[in-house]
Design a protein around this ligand. Structure first.
Ligand code: H79
Length: 468
């Protein structure tokens, strides 16, 4: 496989100063005496319970506007890359330890072989930025239990257990801060197939070395590691929990209060087994047909069929599919967290790089129609999708035309507003508009500006009035 080897300077990679938050957490004590909403849906007070709706809106503002982020699945599983003992192991790459029932000691033997010297945080952040992504979420510890940061809690981490001797999360935090991207950490809080007591979903433990008390594991590994992640890397924008197996309220209570270390943090709904905590829902590998009205949400998705790198997975989605997914998601009010799986050398596979660069070229022209937009007021549009922005005196509708009209007419069914103007986003050519068939008809030029999706900007007066 071809791998990207773009040349970036690697100067001053680890110049970051750690933001260290005091040792003792003022957690529950601090909450006592504060006003606590008794209608709280959470087992223990969290940021989400103690803030006003206006404060929540302010905290989520960037997330709602961002629309597009990069997921990075990177860990020891990049070394086997889908193969164990010469056999192709089915399923997602980061699950190989589970799927092949690899004993803890055998999997652990990967660590001394992990030396991803090609890893370049500036290059990865640069690629994400070029693609138009506004944030990055990286696996700080996946189900395999291996920490991709310099943890003082367990030596089973990339700094202490490998010849690499670097902390990629620190380097990413620095690069993100430089480029103005938000950084979030994925942390597998419940499943941990390495540390005794960690959960193993679906199969249960397959090696006696995994047996132990889940509460001890949470107290001795997950809680202190999350403290490290929220204390040592500067501002962290997202905590992305996963697979809350056996995460009953008493266990949620151990982790939820730690979020106070980062009062502005946004979290997903995968901390507790009932998905009662957190700010946003997480459709995985799918886009909800009509969005999730009334909720903040983010679809996470792979570019091929695996999260963690697999050398033989060539089932890449096309740039057209990926871009139309992003537009579809924006038209339903959600975010798109699109995954890359770096190799054991630390490089993002070339097919991913190519697609991200192509998406970036489209975003440079059309990004205005994605960032900071809200969902479509139309039930269905035969030719594509719509995103909107409310303006003081009216609204802007961005019409994302997947199928450019052959008859030169684009119909917006049921739109009752008075139209101010219609134009192509690329180049700005004005288009004629007339009321027709209970809606608005726009006259479009014969040539299609972009075969994947062309944007028509429609400005209307007053609050949006669509009857469909
Ligand atoms: O981190 C990625 C996945 O590893 C994680 N969530 C995303 C973001 C995830 N964990 N579990 N799942 C997703 C769903 C469960 C999938 C499974 Fe299977 C089906 C586990 C066992 C059967 C896939 C297929 C993995 C092994 C076989």
């Amino acid at each position: 496989m071809k791998i990207s080897r773009r040349d970036f300077s690697r100067g001053c990679a680890i110049a970051t100063t750690a933001l260290v938050v005091g040792e003792a957490l003022p957690v529950l004590a601090q909450v006592e005496g504060e006003h606590i909403d008794t209608s709280s849906k959470h087992p223990v007070p969290s940021i989400q319970d103690t803030e006003t709706p206006a404060q929540k809106d302010a905290r989520l503002k960037w997330f709602r506007e961002a629309r597009f982020g990069m997921f990075i699945h990177w860990g020891l599983y990049a070394i086997p890359a889908g193969r164990w003992n010469g056999q192709e192991v089915p399923g997602i790459g980061e699950w190989i330890m589970n799927r092949a029932s690899i004993p803890v000691a055998d999997y652990k033997a990967l660590a001394p072989k992990f030396n991803p010297t090609q890893f370049n945080a500036a290059e990865i952040v640069g690629l994400a930025k070029e693609a138009g992504m506004k944030y990055i979420v990286i696996t700080s510890k996946h189900h395999d239990g291996f920490a991709m940061f310099h943890s003082r809690v367990s030596t089973y981490n990339i700094y202490d257990a490998t010849p690499f001797k670097r902390d990629p999360l620190k380097e990413l935090a620095e690069a993100c801060r430089k480029e103005g991207l938000k950084l979030g950490f994925y942390y597998s809080q419940a499943q941990d197939w390495h540390h005794p007591g960690g959960a193993a979903a679906r199969t249960g433990h397959w090696d006696p070395a995994q047996d132990g008390s889940m509460d001890d594991y949470l107290d001795q590994v997950a809680v202190p590691q999350v403290k490290e992640l929220l204390s040592n890397y500067g501002p962290i924008s997202i905590l992305w929990w996963d697979t809350p197996k056996d995460m009953i309220p008493s266990r949620v209570q151990k982790l939820l209060p730690l979020l106070k270390l980062q009062p502005d943090i946004v979290t997903n709904n995968r901390l507790d087994k009932d998905k009662k905590t957190g700010d946003f829902s997480t459709p995985e590998q799918k886009i909800p047909a009509t969005g999730l009205p009334g909720e903040d949400w983010e679809t996470c998705m792979t570019m091929n069929t695996t999260w963690g790198y697999k050398s033989f997975d060539e089932k890449w989605k096309s740039t057209e599919t990926l871009l139309r997914n992003l537009i579809d998601i924006a038209s339903k009010g959600g975010n798109y967290l699109l995954n890359v799986g770096p190799t054991s050398e630390g490089l993002i596979p070339a097919p991913s790089v190519e697609r991200l660069e192509a998406i970036g070229r489209w975003m440079k022209v059309n990004g205005e129609a994605i960032y900071g937009t809200t969902a479509s007021p139309f039930k269905e549009l035969a030719w594509g999708r719509c995103t909107t922005k409310a303006e003081p005196q009216g609204a802007t509708l961005y019409l994302h035309v997947f199928d450019w009209p052959r008859d030169g007419h684009l119909l917006l069914p049921g739109l009752k507003n008075e139209v101010q103007s219609a134009s192509l986003l690329s180049g700005g050519a004005r288009l004629a508009v007339e009321a027709r068939d209970g809606g608005i008809q726009i006259t479009t030029p014969a040539s299609c500006p972009d075969p994947i999706s062309s944007t028509v900007v429609l400005k209307v007066k007053g609050a949006l009035d669509v009857r469909n």
